[in-house]
Design a protein around this ligand. Structure first.
Ligand code: NI
Length: 144
C-alpha cells in the first residue's frame, strides 16, 4: 500500500512595525492607496503566519515531519528575524519591497522553501500571513 500524503501546518506569531509607502508614487497617491498604513512613522501589527507542508506519512512514524523541527526552523528563519522589528528598515531580506502581507508571504516562502530540502518527500504548499485577525494573504509558490 502506498503512503498517504497529508498536509501539516505550523502557526507562529510575531509583532512588528511597518509602513506601506512606495516612493515611486506621490505622497497623496500613497495616502490614497494605503490609508492609515501610510502613516509616516509606521505602525504596528500583531502578525501571525501559518506554514503548510505536504508529504507522505510513513506507517512506522505516522508523521509527515516532526512539527517541532518545523517550529524550530520557522523560529530560526523568520520569527527571530522579524519579531519586534521595523519591517521596512531592520530586515535585510525585506529591504526594497512594500511590506504588505502579500509581499511578506512571498519573502517568507523564499526563506523557508530551501530549508525543507532536508525533509525527504516534503514540499511547501502554502504560506499564510495574517496582518490582523481578519486580513491575511496566501502564497502557494511561483506559478500556483
Ligand atoms: Ni499596516
Amino acid at each position: 500500500m502506498t503512503e498517504p500524503f497529508v498536509e501539516i501546518t505550523r502557526r507562529e506569531e510575531f509583532s512588528a512595525a511597518h509602513r506601506l509607502h512606495n516612493p515611486r508614487f506621490s505622497d497623496e497617491e500613497n495616502r490614497r492607496l494605503y490609508g492609515v498604513c501610510n502613516n509616516p512613522n509606521g505602525h504596528g501589527h500583531n502578525y501571525a503566519f501559518e506554514v503548510t507542508v505536504r508529504g507522505p506519512v510513513p506507517r512506522e512514524t505516522g508523521m509527515v515531519m516532526d512539527l517541532n523541527r518545523l517550529m524550530v526552523l520557522l523560529r530560526e528563519e523568520i520569527v527571530s528575524q522579524v519579531d519586534h522589528k521595523h519591517l521596512n528598515h531592520d530586515v535585510p531580506w525585506l529591504a526594497g519591497i512594500v511590506p504588505t502581507a502579500e509581499h511578506v508571504a512571498v519573502a517568507f516562502w523564499k526563506r523557508i522553501e530551501p530549508r525543507l530540502a532536508q525533509f525527504e518527500g516534503c514540499s511547501l504548499r502554502r504560506v499564510r500571513v495574517y496582518e490582523s485577525r481578519d486580513n491575511f494573504a496566501d502564497y502557494h509558490g511561483a506559478g500556483a
